[in-house]
Design a protein around this ligand. Sequence first.
Ligand code: BES
Ligand code: ZN
Ligand code: ZN
Length: 501
Amino acid sequence: MLAVEKKWSKKSSDQVLVVGVREDDNGLPEELEKGNKSMFAALNRQWTDGAIATKKARVTNMAVLDEDETLQQLIFVGLGTRSSLTLAGLKEAFGAAVKAVHEQKATKIGVLLDTFCDESVSLGEEVATQALSDAVLTASYRFDTYKTKKEEQRNYAYTIYAQNGESEAVRAGIHRGRAFGQGVNLARTLVNLPANDLPPVALAEEAEALAHRYEKISSEILDINELRSLGMHALLAVNRGSDHPAQMIILRYQGEETWENPLALVGKGITFDSGGYSIKPGHGMKTMKSDMGGAAAVLGAFEAIGQMQPQKNVIAIIPATENLINGSAMKPGDVLQTFDGQTIEVNNTDAEGRLILADGVAYARHLGADKIVDISTLTGACVVALGDVITGALSNNDALYEAFEKSAEEAGEPVWRFPTHPRYEEMVRSSDVADLNNSPGREAGTITAGLFIGAFIHETPWIHLDVAGTAFVERETPMGPKGGTGVMVRTLATLARQSNF
Ligand code: BES
Ligand code: ZN
Ligand code: ZN
């Protein structure tokens, strides 16, 4: 729960107060003094003694007695120096604060919002409230579906103390932060669910349930018979080794008067990737329930879009299947027909993501998409190149990429655009028997994987995102726990809000 009030005053002493502090300030923020003079004096002594950490995202818990002998509890959150604070830094700071609240088992929390704002670096009340409302949801996220002993559920009551009270900016910030937080947490849970409980049909049901939550979102699921009659043989070939039928999941969000020219978000929905006959080694297979991280990001973005209601048409397209092995599974050397008409030689059955996405993006064009973003846990090469923090990107259109980059920056999610080269385009076409080759070798692996999908994009403005390193992490990060991260949910939802591209 998030409430908003104008002024903080000491009467709410059963509340833990969260205060932002800066490395280059001479003392504690004056908002504290206004609320409780005697406490401020005591705390200022602590400040002078250096007992309050001001470095970015460092937290100091403190309890002081004020002149009425009532105990005042505070959580100070370091913000670093004024000029170095960015939105990403602010999000980390709020994340650290929410974790501290959780550890202290506090349930009533006050936040002195203005101590976190700084208009001179574009961190006004709206942005700060958004970061806070997002962190309240995402920094306390736990995946405990399968734990028989669950952590006790607490109802947190947050009160934001803002100079101008419940202004339009604060209201908008709370709303958008909540939309992002719920979208991110949905994506995390979908990634964290094990493959035995999230086969393609279950993923499709999650998408249908999402559509039911929002008036402007509708869903359509293509079953295996429809996929056959449409000729989606790249998706069907990957599906052949699995007992679970493939699904093509389609969601439409209509934000404009008429349904035309949607922005398409196409997400890889491999609910488990064994590698197929080009089988993965044990350690590489262990986390492959996360191979639908692209699909999860698209669904998370739709959750946020459903709440934010941007004036843009957006379509989600998710080809979903397992990549397993049985007597009918595809084999190295097989040649596949695609929905688009081009043929593919399968050099490696573990390069299955680009196969299902070939049919996915071709179908997006067929449905009239005028811009396409595809997103997938596509290559191990991207994990090597960019690690678990930065998402890899490719694009055939500078203007669209610029709009995308701006969205990613606003969302606080780092991305890096890879270059392309005619030589790498040739590599994708280096098959003796078919038009395309799904695995032309290790060199420039992330780029050739992207360009393979690009061969089905033709002239449509396009962005390709590789989240192999960022969708699932094996360490706790400042942004959340181990496991699914919900990366790119905020960026994709922000892109859908932008009207100038
Ligand atoms: N799902 C994997 C990529 C991946 C690797 C995601 C590590 C997350 C973490 C993908 O289907 C794959 O196996 N790609 C191969 C392609 C290769 C055979 C051309 C790879 O990257 O090794
Ligand atoms: Zn694979
Ligand atoms: Zn895969």
